[in-house]
Design a protein around this ligand. Sequence first.
Ligand SMILES: Nc1ncnc2c1ncn2[C@@H]1O[C@H](COP(=O)(O)OP(=O)(O)O)[C@@H](O)[C@H]1O
Ligand SMILES: [Mg+2]
Length: 221
Amino acid sequence: MTRILSVENLSKRFMDGNQERLVLDDVSFVVESGTALAVCGPSGCGKSTLLNLIAGILEPDAGRIVLNSGSDEIDYASLTRIEKTQVRRKHLGYVFQFFNLVPTLTVRENVLLPLELNGSEHLERASLDRLAALGLADREDDFPESLSGGERQRTAIARALAHEPVLVLADEPTGNLDAGNAQTVAQLLWREVLALGGGLVIATHNESIASMANHVLRLNC
Ligand SMILES: Nc1ncnc2c1ncn2[C@@H]1O[C@H](COP(=O)(O)OP(=O)(O)O)[C@@H](O)[C@H]1O
Ligand SMILES: [Mg+2]
C-alpha cells in the first residue's frame, strides 16, 4: 500500500457574523491506496469543509495537506491557486450529493468532460467501458433529466473517475437516494475506485455506508 494523502494538524475557521467559529480543529489522518475513509458527523460539523480543503478549493488556517500521485509529492502549501486547480483536475475526482451533472450535456458528454479539460482523451474508451460496467451503456445518449436518482449518481461516478484520479472525494453521495439505491451506489463507487487502485474519502451520515470504509473519522460539532 502506498500513501496517497496526508492531512496533518488541519484547522479551519469561518466568520459567523462577528464571531469566529472553529470548524475543524487539529484534524490529522492518512489515506492509503486501496482504502476508504468515511468522514462522519452531524450536519454543519465540517465534512464538506474538509473535502473542499483536500480538493484545494479552500485554504486551511493551519496544517498541511500532501497528495502523492505516482512519484509526485504535492504539498498544497507550495501551490498557486491555478496549480491547485490543475492538481484537482488531474489527480482528484469529486462526487456530490446532488450529482451536479451538466443538464445540457448527454450522459456520455458529461462523463467525457474531464478528459477534454485535461487533454486525456486516450482514456475515452476506458471511461465508456466504466460507464457500461456501472449499468448505463444504453443511456449514453440520454440527458440527465431523464435518469433516475441512482442512474444520475452512477453517471456522476463515471465522470469523477474518467481521468483515473488517484483520490476520489465523495460528499454525501448517497444522501439523495433511497436506502436500497444508496447501498448499491456506494458499493459501485467503492468497486470502481478499488479497480483504479486509488483511495476514497466519503462524507456520509449513513452508518451502514460508513461501515464499508477501512477507517472512520468522526467530526464533532
Ligand atoms: N464559506 C463559508 N463561510 C462561512 N461559514 C461557512 C462556510 N462554509 C461552511 N461554513 C460553516 O462551517 C460549518 C461546517 O459546514 P460544512 O462543512 O458544510 O458542514 P457539513 O458538510 O458537515 O454539513 C457550518 O457551520 C457552516 O455554516
Ligand atoms: Mg456537507
